[in-house]
Structures are given as C-alpha cells and as structure tokens.
Write a protein that binds this ligand. Sequence first.
Ligand code: PHE
Length: 461
Amino acid sequence: MSTHRGEFNSKLGFILATAGSAVGLGNIWGFPFQVGSGGGAIFVLIYLAFCFILCYPIMVTEVAIGRKTSRNPVGAFNALGFRKWSFIGKLGIVSGFLILSFYNVLAAWSLGYFIEMLQGNFEVGQKFTQFTSNVPLIAVYSVIFMSATAFIVSGGIKSGIERTAKLLMPSLVIIILFLVGYAFTLPNAMQGIEFYLMPDFSKLNLQVVYSALGQAFFSLSLGMGALITYGSYFSRKEDIISSVAYITLADAGIAFAAGLMMFPFVFSQGLAPNGGSGLIFVTLPGVFASLGPMLGVFIGALFFLLLSFAALTSTVSLLEVPVAYVIDEYKLERKKAAWLVAGAIFLVSIPSILANGASEFFTSFVHYFGHDNPKSFMAMVVDVANSSLLPLGGCLISFFTAYIWKKENLNQELRIGNETFEGSFIEKYIGVAVCYLCPFILGVLFILTVLDLYFGIKIIT
Ligand code: PHE
C-alpha cells in the first residue's frame, strides 16, 4: 500500500528527516530569544519538561496514526474510518500553510544575512528594518528558498527528503558544536551560561508557561500533521517508540546547544539577552563585528549558514504536508503538486514580506483587544498558527486517539517493531498522557492563551 507513495530507506533515514523537520529556526532563532525574554533558565526547565512529558507522547501518536494509515493528515482520519474527524487534518494543513508563509520570510532573512556576512557587512544588524523592508531583495531570497524547498520535495521521499536530511543534519551538528566550543572561549562566557542555566523562580508566570508550550510544539513540529505525514513513510518493520525518543532528544539537544552558543556570544559584548525576536538579526551581527574582519566573516557566515540549513529541512517538511494531501486526495503527480503548492504559499507570504517596514498597512495590521500596540500581519499569523492552532491540534489529536480511535488501537500499532512494549512502563505512561494529561492540559492552556492573547483577559497570571 505504501510503496507507490514512497518510504524512508531506513530507521536512521526516518530519524534524520524527522529531526530535520523538528530542528529549525524554532531551535536556533526562537528558543534562545524566548529564553532571553522569558526569564532565562526557568523557561529552559519548563520547555524541557513540556518536550518530554507532553510532546513526546503526542509525537508518538502522530507517527503511529501516519504509519497505520499510510496517508496524509486528512486521509489518515478517513482511512481509520472517522471521516467526521478529518477536520483535525484539515486544520493541520491550514496551519502548515500559514506557518510556511511566514517561516519562508524568516528563512529568506537567514539566507540574506549569510550573504551579508560573507561580504563583511556587519552593520546590517543596525539597519535591520532597512534590510527587511527591501521588498525586491527579500522576495528574491524568498523565491530562492521556496524553489530549493520545492525542488527537494519534488524529488520524493528517498531521493529528495531523506537524502537532503542525511547531508544537512550531520553538517548542522558539526557547525553548532564548533560554534558552541568557540563561544565558550569568549570573555564573560560564564556570565551568559549562568543566565542560561541558573533558574530564578521569581520569574515564573503563566506567560512563561504558555510561551514554553508554544515553543515546544513548534519546535517539535507537532499539532499540524507533519509527523502524521512523515510517519506515513516509515517502515512497518521499525520501532516508533525509540525512533521518536531519538528525535525528541535531538531536537531538545540542538535547542539547548543553540542557547549554549547564544548567551556567551551576547554576554561577551555586554549586550542584553532580551532583544526578543531581534536577538539574532539585530544583536548578533554586532558580536560578529567585534571579532575582527576575518574571524567575524567566518563565524558570522557559518552561523547564518547553520540557520539556513536548519530552516531548509523544516520548510521541506512544511511543504510536504499539503503536497502529500494533494497527491493522495487529488491524485496529482508529485512534481506538479510540489511546485503548485509552493507557488501558492509564496503568494500567501507576500503580505508577511510587506509586514516588516515596507507597508504601513501590513506592518501595523491588527490591534488585539486589551493590548497597547498594534501587531504586524506576520506577527498575527505567528500568533494564530503557533500559539493557537498547534496546541489546539495537539489537544484534538490526543482527544481523538484516546476517545474515538481508542488507546488499544494505538498500542497495537506501537507494538509493531517493539517486542518489549506490551506491559511496559512506557506503554502505561503514553496511555495516561494521551488519555488524560494531553487533552486536559492542552485544552486549558489553549483557552487561557486565546483569552489572554486576543482579548487581554487574564484569568490566571
Ligand atoms: N520545527 C520547526 C522549527 O523548529 C518548525 C516546524 C513546525 C516544522 C511545524 C514543521 C511543522 O523550526
């Protein structure tokens, strides 16, 4: 059933491709900046707890649904016999579409910064808004990035997605380890590490909890069917439980390493770690400039190359979700599907390209109730997709699995390729998490987030 759709060559291929989806801008750009603005080590602790306690079981569930059905997220619910519930998959496809529409802009900036660093143009950090509002330039980078993504996806599972991940993931690990090692040699590196790793419990509040949850979901590519899709190409001879554990560890490990690199960088220049989303694009070029022209170009270019590699394996998985849907459900040929969907997503990303200084309308696009400042179109898409739709998707997927598809069917799929699963602690834990912890905690946090974010209503602070 699965061969004509394609399948990963090996367990390692699946792990690398899925880790490639998970490790992305979320780890290297998002995680450090959220740690920097969200109270330092306390954010790290909550983030790691969410990754392993709530997200791991959901990832296992998504992969199991995908492998069981060999379908895209919409077809998967139909194939299980629950057509009514395929709206969860549709919601996932919409989320993926929205995420790629802004992710592509960030990826374009990363690629652009790589070129700027190669030219030794460190002032780009101070001229960030000038850079982002240069629409023709960003549009060109964005077309290059989307075309690379579409090219890889059109190559199929083995020769496109898996081959790219096998090349880029090891390179990414080598680059990040090198940069962490280098960052530790900088003056005041330990001050940065202290900020990163010594928790200050007075900084704990609900905002930190929401952000850590949203970050964990986004970083692990959960809640939108990306893992259902990749799971649908995973061999029925292999074990889901250990594969997903490696993927979770790799993702959390790379995010953790990104923090080990970032805070020594930032503190070595006596800069503040709370630069928000500008931490990388505004603050870091100044750090690279201080290393001198030769070393600055080398380290700066290497950093943005790392960021671009990480982004590429993620944009590939974001595109693969709607592409798999179009191929399965509308019987379109893969190449056509990949270029068509990529083109459509590029069109949707145009308002986001304009939302960073070029157009006042899109830059100050909405004013949520109870908030002082307007938000840009791109920031709104980030809120809708990351902070709202992903946790909602996770809540619905766990609810569906627990109460509609049923835990026993999940366990049956998880036993394939894993002889010790039956009766194990992990079986019991996944059962408790999927039936009780995930739907409840995610449901409550989703409601609290929506009330707070869009309406300014804080039930708990
Ligand atoms: N996990 C990716 C990152 O951290 C983003 C992503 C989200 C990819 C959802 C696929 C699906 O950057």
